[in-house]
Design a protein around this ligand. Structure first.
Ligand code: SAH
Length: 227
């Protein structure tokens, strides 16, 4: 763990339903529901999720549920964030991770506490603007973001040894797969809006990728173009 923020800045630590106690309870829920990686749990125990959502929803920030962030999008359920993060890191620490679908910025911030370099792409400019402000307030320096259609990946920064998609397409776009290094790991939801599966692809270093299914999930759709 690179320990970018062992604890949030004092003004972001919250009180009452956004206090450390609420985050401790969420960490316990994650542990009891099968999240095994203690580093992932520690990061989520420290990262103020309420900082990534509208004030009107702060009281629900540490419930284990997805919440609306505007523009028809959601911040993912904490359990799903934890599961995808540990699935990405299970075979070793990637050095450079690409996320498609910045949204609130929460998943990217979780990753930034664990891996050396994070790159995240969002198609809705206003969401990205808000996420960038949150990253600045948390002092995250190992995270870069881009306003673009994430179906194109981030070619200038490729290859990545980890890729995580937080919006679901029918398949993983080929341009994104092309940006995964030969021994890289990709975690993504794929399928139709009513039936999605979390998949993991792991490269053998020689051009073949093993595919695993990690269970049913529910994500917003991967759209084309920028908004
Ligand atoms: N990782 C986010 C989850 C946000 S929901 C979080 O932690 O909050 C998924 C996000 O993917 C939405 O913000 C949506 O606008 C974005 N998205 C959908 N299609 C996209 C595309 N083609 N390129 C980039 N972002 C996309």
């Amino acid at each position: 763990m690179n320990g970018v923020y062992p604890l949030p800045p004092a003004q972001l630590r919250g009180a009452g339903l956004t206090s450390q106690r609420a985050r401790d309870q969420l960490a316990a829920v994650l542990r009891e529901s099968g999240i095994a990686d203690p580093h992932v749990i520690d990061v989520m125990r420290n990262l103020p999720r309420h900082h990534f959502i509208d004030q009107a929803l702060h009281a629900r920030a540490y419930e284990n549920t997805a919440l609306p962030i505007g523009h028809g999008q959601t911040i993912s359920q904490p359990w799903v964030v934890a599961r995808m993060t540990e699935a990405l890191l299970e075979f070793g620490m990637p050095q450079r991770v690409l996320e498609i679908g910045t949204g609130s910025g929460y998943q990217a911030a979780v990753l930034a506490a664990l891996v050396p370099e994070v790159f995240t792409v969002e198609r809705i400019e206003e969401l990205l603007r808000q996420a960038r402000r949150r990253f600045r307030q948390l002092g995250l320096v190992n995270l870069r973001s881009r306003h673009d259609d994430g179906k194109l990946g981030w070619p200038d920064q490729a290859p990545f040894d980890g890729i995580i998609m937080t919006a679901a397409g029918d398949t993983v776009p080929s341009r994104i797969l092309d940006q995964l290094s030969p021994a890289g790991v990709l975690v993504a939801p794929v399928g139709s809006p009513s039936r999605q599966t979390l998949i993991r692809m792991r490269g053998d270093g020689h051009g073949d990728f093993a595919l695993e299914e990690l269970g049913a999930v529910s994500f917003v759709p991967l759209l084309g173009g920028i908004g």
